[in-house]
Ligand binder design. Structure first.
Ligand code: BES
Ligand code: MN
Ligand code: ZN
Length: 496
């Protein structure tokens, strides 16, 4: 969908959207539209108990006095509670209503309503919401009737700050191109995205300006990555480690590193998962999907930062060559691991990916992303991702980036007492803890492979896929994480 910005004016065709706040107050632009329509909008609001609450909307068709096919009034809630996320949700609501409605063009008239945002920000947030909600993954639907296909192609946002909004939106659009890539990767089934095809796809991002390196099993085994390789050894697909570099910062600036779990399908291995719901494990590469989307976003917006993305790509299959419960593997760090459960595989992949990353790039910090544990869904459901770090500044930066971006994160603990739970009698550690604190013992496991480099782990198991639609996404892949990390970078590490 094409989003453009221009001076506010009543359109002479298409659909017009204006806003109201609660208690019922038409914005200045809405009053202009209402007046042109002979008061039809305010009268319609009255008979329809429309108060201007967030999410409320009424639609008039062919209102007298205006040259539009639809006039839509949308509630934004209380003016003093208005922020970016309310406006993004409102923009997304417009797309949801119109995407396949037959409407092809919508004009949205924005006003400055909140003191916390300038006028351009209001328009940019609406535009971001409009665009984010336009995503569809329908490449495998070959029989969709014409009448169900998307029609909405253009959204024009009317704002007196149109020049500034246009400039700021270019950055927004670049980041959203990363969000859409993440959604694509997560939506693809595991017969299409497997370690080899995923690595090829990442290699293709060279054309976006990223430097790409891919390691295969031979190189990884020379590096001693026994933990990662053990997970992939039951698969017919070759395990890969893909490295993406974006060099937009100073020549000698240490990079920020983002490390992703890319288990392209997680059957559990010999510790096989139950059949019901196993298809969901196609998105067990969600952490890697976020890292790849983030790197694309950074390249697209030409971020002034050095960043490296590292993703461990493996398929966890049960087979005659698969790793067995009780196997002991030696990781690249030299530490040995007793694999008591082959379904606790993500941490094994990340152990070598993290060690490789700190050793190869001496990064300023490492943030890893992984659909690591079902237990994080028990803790936090689908509202917040759980994050773990023992660095207070890193914690604060992630928390604020979560609030600002709308990709919310909640801190979970790390401590020596939890670390002890993965001590092992016959190796340096075991890959599962006891009964409780499953997400935390998984994080403690990862911490043992960070070599003291400032590190945070984000368990996104509850966030990358949604069974119901959200404010900014339809059901399916959410794209969670890209905007979070983009904000984390620009808010705390990028000089402008
Ligand atoms: N990929 C799963 C975690 C997961 C489960 C993500 C459900 C999303 C939804 C991970 O590899 C896994 O299987 N974890 C086990 C760990 C256990 C064996 C210690 C789990 O959470 O059950
Ligand atoms: Mn697993
Ligand atoms: Zn997994």
């Amino acid at each position: 969908m094409q989003i453009s910005f221009s001076a506010p004016a009543l359109p002479d065709a298409g659909t017009l959207v204006v806003f109201a706040t609660d208690p019922f107050t038409l914005t200045a632009q809405a009053q202009i539209a209402d007046k042109a329509a002979g008061g039809a909008l305010s009268r319609a609001a009255k008979v329809n108990r429309f108060n201007g609450k967030a999410g409320e909307s009424i639609t008039l068709f062919f209102p007298d006095g205006l040259d539009v096919e639809r006039l839509i009034l949308i509630g934004l809630g209380a003016a003093d509670k208005l922020d970016r996320s309310v406006l993004e949700a409102a923009g997304a609501g417009i797309t949801k209503q119109l995407l396949s409605s037959g409407a092809t063009k919508v004009t949205v008239l924005a006003d400055k309503l909140s003191d916390n945002l300038d006028e351009a920000d209001h328009a940019v947030a609406l535009g971001a919401g409009l665009l984010l909600r336009s995503y569809r993954f329908d490449k495998y639907r070959t029989k969709e009737p014409e009448s169900k296909k998307p029609t909405l192609k253009n959204a024009s946002i009317g704002t007196s700050a149109h020049a500034e909004a246009k400039k700021r939106f270019a950055r927004e659009e670049a980041v959203i191109s990363g969000v859409f890539l993440t959604r694509d990767l997560i939506s693809e089934p595991a017969n299409i995205i497997h370690p080899e095809s995923f690595a090829d796809l990442i290699t293709g991002l060279q054309s976006d300006g990223l430097e790409i390196t891919v390691l295969g099993e031979k190189e990884m085994s020379e590096l001693g990555m026994g933990a990662l390789l053990g997970v992939g050894q039951g698969s017919t697909r070759e395990s890969k480690l893909a490295i993406m570099r974006w060099n937009g910062g100073g020549k000698d600036d240490k990079p920020l590193a983002f490390v992703g779990k890319g288990v392209t399908f997680d059957t559990g291995g010999i510790s096989l998962k139950p059949a019901a719901g196993m298809e969901q494990m196609k998105w067990d590469m969600g952490g890697a999907g976020i890292v790849v989307g983030l790197m694309k976003a950074l390249a697209s917006r030409k971020a002034k930062i050095n960043a490296v993305g590292v993703v461990g790509l493996v398929e966890n299959m049960p087979s005659g060559s698969a790793q067995r419960p009780g196997d002991i593997v030696t990781s690249m760090s030299g530490q040995t691991i007793e694999v008591l459960n082959t379904d606790a595989e993500g941490r094994l992949v990340l152990a070598d990916a993290l060690w490789y990353t700190q050793k190869t790039f001496s990064p300023k910090l490492m943030v890893d992303l992984a659909t690591l544990t079902g237990a994080i869904i028990v803790s936090l459901g689908h509202e917040y991702a759980g994050y773990f770090t023992d660095k207070e500044d890193l914690s604060d930066q992630l928390y604020s980036a979560g609030k600002a971006s709308g990709d919310k994160v909640w801190r979970m603990p790390v401590s020596d007492a939890y670390d002890k739970l993965i001590d092992c009698d016959i190796a340096d550690m075991k890959n599962i803890g006891g009964k409780g604190a499953g997400s935390i013992t998984a994080a403690q496991f990862l911490k043992r492979f960070t070599n003291g480099v400032p590190w945070a782990h984000i368990d996104v198991a509850g966030m990358v896929w949604s069974e119901k639609e959200g404010a900014l996404f339809d059901k399916g892949a959410t794209g969670f994480g890209v905007r979070l990390l983009d904000r984390f970078i620009s808010g705390s590490y990028e000089s402008d």
